[in-house]
Design a protein around this ligand. Sequence first.
Ligand code: TZP
Ligand code: MG
Length: 250
Amino acid sequence: MKSEGAISTGAIAARSALKKALRVYLCTDRALTLNRPLSQAIDEAIGGGITLLQLREKDASTGGFYGIACRVQEAARAAGIPLIVNDRLDIALAVGAEGLHIGQSDLPVAAARRICDEYTGATKKKRLWIGVSAGTVEEARSAERDGADYIGAGPIFPTGSKADAGDAIGLEGLKAITRSVHIPVVGIGGINADNTPQVMAAGSVGVAVISAILSAPDIRQAAAAIRAAVSKAVPKNAWRDALGGRGMIQ
Ligand code: TZP
Ligand code: MG
């Protein structure tokens, strides 16, 4: 990643909190839980140590998505984990999520940024995180310019979890993206505990995962294995800081 440049101390602290949240990033897909209820899968993943949850509901009605998001937000809050809503800014705002994740064909980043800032300004709430999927340096740079807080870069490896994910960009593609922007980059696509060290070494601040956690026979254990792999790649005191000095965890 490029140097942070001239940003304020508050902005550096906020960036640091975001980077820590992005370490073990679970994206949901209710079709990939091997018939286990999504709420149970989420609870087990939280137990295994995920640090952020992105709720993805590709087939739900608006009312259905909202209802699910309310319940998931409750579970995430109880666990102290930020919730990011995929695709739907209205639902992110309605449930008080910590952020929104959008792709290249969703609401344009600049429009999402403007709406979020107007809303959070009006309600005096803290700034919502906006994450943007990018598969190229150009997409990542443009998202940063338009107000994104982080990039979801990928797919890094081939994946069967997203039909329209596009070709894998590989670790070299990930490196090129991490070097081209100031904001944090988290790799996604075909990531598991075994290849996590390579993803982290390419400059990713964490790993975003669906199937390696949700389709694992033991979800809690799978999340814990990924967390341990990420943990090896970041300094130990950074984990303590992430927990607000409350100690514990490797
Ligand atoms: N965006 C790019 S690849 C992908 C998404 C949502 C799917 C990631 O799923 P998995 O199972 O971790 O490869
Ligand atoms: Mg989308």
